[in-house]
Design a binder for this molecule. Structure first.
Ligand code: UDP
Ligand code: MG
Length: 309
C-alpha cells in the first residue's frame, strides 16, 4: 500500500476540524481501491482556541490522524512547510481546513497523477463571495507578477495541490525563510495539470486574512520572486539624471540669452520635493530587499513545534 498525506494548516479552526475530517475521509474507499491509504496531518498554527483539543479527539479515534502543534502562530506558509517536512506520504496534498478546497476533487486529481503528471494544481475561476476590493487588488497583484517575475504565478491559484514525493522533496530543498509557496510551486517546475473550480465560501468560522496581512504577503511574493523593482528604481534614477541634465543646459542657455532675473522659486521647490520623494521611494524598495536578506541570513527556523504525534 502507498500512502497519501493530507496536510491541513489550522489556525483557530475549532469548528471546522471535525467537519473537514469527515469530508476528506469520504474519499477513503476510492483511495483504498487504488491501493492508497490516507493520513491527515493537521498543523495547529498556534491556535488560541480548542483546535488542538479537537484534533486530539480525532486522533484518539483514528490513528491515521497526526498533528504538529506550533509554539505560536507562525503563519500559513510556515505551517505548509512543516506539513511537507513531516509528511510521510508517497503523495501529498495541501488543503485548507475551511473546505474552500473541495475534497471531492481528490479522486479526479489522483487520476491525473496516474496519467503521468507530477502534480495537480487547482485554481478558482471566480471570486464569488469575496469582498470586491480584495478581488480587485488580488487581480492587480497577479497581473503585476506576470510582468515582473519569470516564475509562473497563476491568477486564482490555490495552495490546494496534489504532488508526488519527488516534487515534495524539491519544494523542501528550497529552505528559504521568506516563503511564498505559489511562487515556489512554479519555480520547481515539473509537469503540472490544472483543474478549475468555482469559488466555494468558507464552511465555518471566518477568514484569518485581513487587507493589511494580504498586502504584506503580496510584498513577500514580489520580493521573493522578482528583482524588477530594483531595476525600476535604478531606471528612475537614470531618468531623473537625464532630466536634470536637460534642465541645466536650458538654464545656462537662458542665462546667456536673457540674463538672470530672479524667478522660478516655486518650480524649484516642486522639483526638490519631487526628486527627494522619488529618492525615498527608491531607498524604500532597496530597504525591502535588504530587510528580506537580513531575515534570510539570520537562518532562523521557519517554525517551532511544541507538540506532535
Ligand atoms: N491559516 C494558518 N495560519 C494563519 C492563517 C491561516 O494556518 O496564520 C490557515 C487557516 O486555518 C486555513 C487556511 O490557512 O486552513 C486558509 O486561511 P483562510 O481560510 O482564513 O484564508 P482565505 O481562504 O480567506 O484566504
Ligand atoms: Mg479560506
Amino acid at each position: 500500500m502507498s500512502l497519501l498525506t493530507v496536510i491541513c494548516p489550522c489556525y483557530n479552526e475549532e469548528e471546522s476540524v471535525g467537519l473537514f475530517y469527515q469530508e476528506v475521509m469520504k474519499n477513503q474507499d476510492f483511495f483504498r481501491g487504488k491501493g492508497v491509504e490516507m493520513e491527515i496531518l493537521f498543523i495547529d498554527d498556534g491556535s488560541g482556541d480548542k483546535t488542538l483539543a479537537e484534533i486530539k479527539k480525532l486522533r484518539a479515534e483514528d490513528q491515521r490522524v497526526r498533528y504538529v502543534s506550533f509554539s505560536r502562530n507562525f503563519g500559513k506558509e510556515a505551517a505548509m512547510y512543516a506539513g511537507l517536512e513531516k509528511a510521510k506520504g508517497d503523495y501529498v496534498v495541501i488543503m485548507d481546513v475551511d473546505l474552500q478546497d473541495p475534497p471531492h476533487l481528490l479522486p479526479e486529481m489522483f487520476s491525473c497523477l496516474e496519467q503521468g503528471y507530477d502534480s495537480v494544481a487547482t485554481r478558482r475561476v471566480n471570486r464569488k463571495g469575496e469582498p470586491v476590493i480584495r478581488s480587485f487588488f488580488a487581480r492587480m497583484f497577479y497581473k503585476l507578477m506576470k510582468r515582473i517575475s519569470k516564475t509562473e504565478i497563476v491568477d486564482g491559484a490555490r495552495d490546494y495541490r496534489l504532488m508526488t514525493r519527488q516534487m515534495v522533496d524539491a519544494i523542501l530543498s528550497m529552505g528559504e525563510y521568506n516563503r511564498f509557496t505559489k511562487g515556489i510551486y512554479g519555480w520547481v517546475g515539473f509537469r503540472t495539470k490544472w483543474l478549475e473550480f468555482e469559488n466555494v465560501e468558507r464552511a465555518k468560522g471566518e477568514t484569518k486574512w485581513n487587507f493589511w496581512k494580504l498586502l504584506v504577503y503580496s510584498i513577500e511574493g514580489i520580493t521573493a520572486f522578482s528583482t524588477a523593482p530594483l531595476s525600476i528604481s535604478a531606471f528612475v534614477g537614470v531618468l531623473f539624471c537625464l532630466l536634470a541634465f536637460i534642465m541645466i543646459i536650458f538654464i545656462i542657455v537662458r542665462k546667456l540669452i536673457f540674463g538672470d532675473p530672479v524667478s522660478g522659486w516655486p518650480s524649484m521647490v516642486c522639483i526638490i520635493l519631487m526628486t527627494s520623494g522619488v529618492q525615498f521611494f527608491c531607498t524604500g524598495i532597496l530597504g525591502q530587499y535588504l530587510a528580506k536578506t537580513y531575515l534570510e541570513v539570520k537562518r532562523r527556523p521557519i517554525y517551532l513545534a511544541k507538540e506532535e504525534t
